[in-house]
Write a protein that binds this ligand. Sequence first.
Ligand code: ZN
Length: 179
Amino acid sequence: MQTIYNHVIINNIEWSRQMKRTDVLSWDEYFMGLAHLSAKRSKDPSTQVGAVIVSDEHRVVSIGYNGFPNGCSDDEFPWDREGDFSCTKYPYVVHAELNAILNSKHDLRGCSIYVSLFPCNECAKAIIQSGIKRIVYESDKYATTDSTIASKRMLKAAGIELYQLPYCIDLKVEKHANE
Ligand code: ZN
């Protein structure tokens, strides 16, 4: 980044002052980026989802990703999507949004939740009951499914603000040797 200086006069002395950095992440980019970072912890082989709950003062109050409940080993419970219901992931997995809500020690009333995928109907119920007032999401790839249609019906009835980011965050975590 190019360093920019401006000149200010303080007590009749001219100072050359370095300007602040301007190429920083926006709040939306920052919180959705955190959601993607959290998603990278998920063991789900098909869909990694992350969620971040943020107060109206731009403070992160909770974070989560999709995974099995405590004590339910990733090595013992199935990640399959097809087959007998009890042999798929669906009865066991806790979605990112619900994990973020359950992980929180804070009152979530008035908060926003950033989530990389539009919440399902089960998470929508938990979001509404927690007092979260705004959902910021990226992908809506299951928009035509019964779950998402039911989710939107409840969220709209409850007056939850829905905002789809006009872009997707592509987060890459690279490790390099220490110097
Ligand atoms: Zn869900």
